[in-house]
Design a binder for this molecule. Structure first.
Ligand code: GCU
Length: 431
């Protein structure tokens, strides 16, 4: 039954790919002079055409309206049912990272569903925090398993499904010892810890393996499975976002960190998920989206780099079915991505791009951040504040901040340096 119902998704993916190879869909545009003109919807005008002028009108009317529009048209509806959980502390090492940090591993077990893979949390907490206040905590999912973010040997090797790697470090979809630290450059733990911040991470595939059949062994196998096939059925991005809120549920119970100052962070597809998590769950005190691109921070109506068509044909399991109806007609979407970013207001928001990541439309990410300004202004906050797309390594903005880094699609030390500086200037001041 599930397989049969899934076929239309796969089929539409194949159809789009073949149309593309016959040249019937427009090519990807990388030419600024060929970006067609577009008009963005106004975040401060309701569907009924009423102008929003107060925080109250925003919070009680327009904000919930926008949230629903994003659920209905992009990310799907997040189920309200709570899964029962049990937290099992697997290990505590109080002299991790050369004695600078406490490292904890915790399994989030879904007690009603013993066969469902657990969510394995890895938490690093600085020991050097000045004063006795508990540290703010970055919350983000990793791509290759907890063992991939550092070579510290005490970390359990993920036993869950992982994409195979051409370098032979993941074989038969299982991690090998050689996979330790393969993504450590994306998680500069020493730097983060030395600045007094904690980090909580988990492997995104614990929640749903990232392929079209992945839902069958993930959270969606028990919570609103796609067999219901509604236009607003949630898919993988929705599940990953939900998972970050479940990480925060755990952190609220752990006295080592200040869960009131949790910063949700994600790169690329996880940047899309982090934005959706931050939009829905206002317990996140700040949001960071690194190179999140189409369906993330980048404007959909600006035709540059990845398109809605390519996103859905390559990754049919990420967004809700309704999103596909906007292929080649982003102007029909009742929202654009600056309105997703505006749902973070008045909380601090960081949007980061890389020069070599044209696929994610760096300028479209900047403009999207810029167009949140009127909503931040409602709260008396200064957002980006300038119209000109800044050149590389020139971060701009206050409560909404943006930078363009040199180099490719990745998370670099430079990015973390900016994020840490931003966190220090915004949520860290709030003790
Ligand atoms: C692909 C996809 C992007 C996504 C990226 C990533 O390039 O098209 O939308 O952001 O993968 O997650 O690395």
């Amino acid at each position: 039954m599930p397989t049969l119902l899934f076929k239309p998704l796969l089929f539409s993916g194949l159809l789009f790919t073949s149309l593309l190879s016959y040249g019937q869909t427009p090519d990807i545009n990388y030419d600024e002079s060929k970006v067609p003109p577009y008009t963005l919807p106004d975040p401060l005008v309701t569907k009924a055409g009423k102008k929003v002028t107060t925080v109250r009108q925003w919070e009680t009317g327009r904000r919930p309206e926008l949230l629903k529009l994003f659920a209905d048209n992009l990310y799907g509806r997040t189920p309200e049912r709570r899964l029962k959980t049990r937290y099992e502390v697997r290990s505590v090492d109080s002299s991790a990272l050369g004695g600078t940090a406490i490292r904890k591993q915790i399994s989030v077990v879904w007690t009603e569903y013993p066969d469902l893979p657990s969510l394995e949390l890895l938490l690093y907490v600085p020991k050097n925090r000045v004063g006795n206040n508990r540290p703010p905590v970055f919350v983000g999912l990793n791509y290759m398993g907890n063992h991939s973010i550092t070579t510290e040997p005490g970390i359990a090797l993920s036993t869950h499904w992982l994409p195979n790697r051409p370098d032979g470090k993941v074989v038969n979809n299982r991690a090998t010892e050689a996979a330790r630290g393969v993504q450590q450059s994306r998680w500069p733990l020493e730097l983060i810890i030395s600045k007094g911040y904690a980090v909580a991470t988990a492997y995104y595939g614990d929640l749903e393996p990232d392929h079209p059949e992945g839902w069958k062994t993930g959270i969606r196998s028990v919570l609103d499975p796609p067999t219901t096939a509604r236009p607003d059925s949630w898919q993988a991005i929705g599940v990953w976002a939900w998972g970050m809120s479940r990480m925060l549920d755990y952190l609220e119970t752990d006295g080592l960190v200040d869960a009131k100052r949790a910063i949700v962070i994600g790169h690329s597809r996880q940047g899309k998920a982090a934005l959706w998590a931050g939009a829905q769950d206002q317990r996140f005190a700040a949001v960071i989206a690194n190179e999140s691109g189409e369906g993330g921070a980048a404007l959909s109506r600006r035709i540059y780099g990845e398109t809605i068509e390519r996103l859905n044909s390559s990754f049919p399991h990420w967004f809700c079915p309704q999103y596909r109806s906007y292929v080649n007609r982003p102007e029909a979407l009742p929202v654009d991505q600056h309105e997703l970013l505006a749902l973070i207001a008045p909380r601090p928001l960081y949007v980061a791009s890389a020069e070599g990541d044209r696929w994610a439309d760096p300028k479209g990410e900047f403009l999207s951040a810029r167009h949140t300004d009127p909503v931040y202004q409602l709260y008396g906050k200064k957002g980006i504040g300038i119209d000109t797309w800044p050149s590389v390594h020139q971060p701009v903005g206050e409560t909404v901040r943006y930078h363009l880094r040199t180099g490719e699609h990745d998370v670099k030390r430079y990015d973390w340096e900016q994020f840490l500086d931003f966190a220090e200037k915004t949520i860290d001041r709030r003790q």
